[in-house]
Design a protein. Structure first.
Length: 187
């Protein structure tokens, strides 16, 4: 099982996460989110992660809600990201266009399937048990130290954490991340 930390906006936090063994870092490109990051800032953080001598390669995920596939491709390339996460019910044409541009694509449950399907409690589907699909399964929404074992028991390929690592919306805590990663390693 892999760990994704979403809502990254700070280079120091991102580097610490990479060094602690986080597998994916998510950058949210929805301007209404308190975790919104500009393309320029995401590119700066992404370049720092790529240049860092962390023991493993961290994949960088762009999270999109309202952008068109063409806009997403442009942002992904400019920011140097690897995986597109469509945090909406995706159409098959969106998935096809993003794959054709060379990106792995994760979609929200209930839409067209990509290379991964995200089950998120904020959309009413994250706390249900799900069967293993023929693609990656990602579980998100209110996952933290207190319910990590329950989330793992559902059998996802990726656990996606966000707000449980924050001191306030959009402000990640390295200390909280360290505690969370210690729980992950305790399995």
């Amino acid at each position: 099982m892999k760990i994704k930390v979403c809502g990254v906006r700070d280079k120091k936090f991102a580097l610490a996460a990479a060094r602690m063994g986080v597998d994916y870092l998510g950058f949210i490109f929805e301007s209404s989110s308190p975790r919104f990051v500009t393309v320029g800032k995401a590119a700066e953080i992404s370049a720092a992660i790529a240049a860092d001598a962390a023991p493993h390669r961290v994949r960088r995920v762009g999270v999109f809600v309202s952008q068109t596939a063409g806009e997403i491709v442009s942002i992904m390339r400019e920011a140097g990201l690897d995986v597109v996460q469509l945090h909406r019910r995706a159409s098959e044409s969106d998935v096809a266009e993003l794959r054709a541009a060379g990106f792995e694509v994760w979609t929200l449950a209930g839409g067209a399937h990509g290379d991964g399907v995200l089950f998120d409690s904020s959309h009413g589907d994250g706390e249900k048990k799900f069967s293993q699909l023929s693609c990656k399964t990602i579980l998100a929404g209110k996952i933290g130290v207190d319910n990590f074992d329950e989330a793992v028991a559902l059998g996802p390929d990726v656990i996606d954490v966000n707000s449980s690592l924050e001191t306030s919306p959009g402000r990640k805590s390295i200390r909280r991340l360290k505690t969370f990663m210690e729980v992950c390693r305790g399995l």
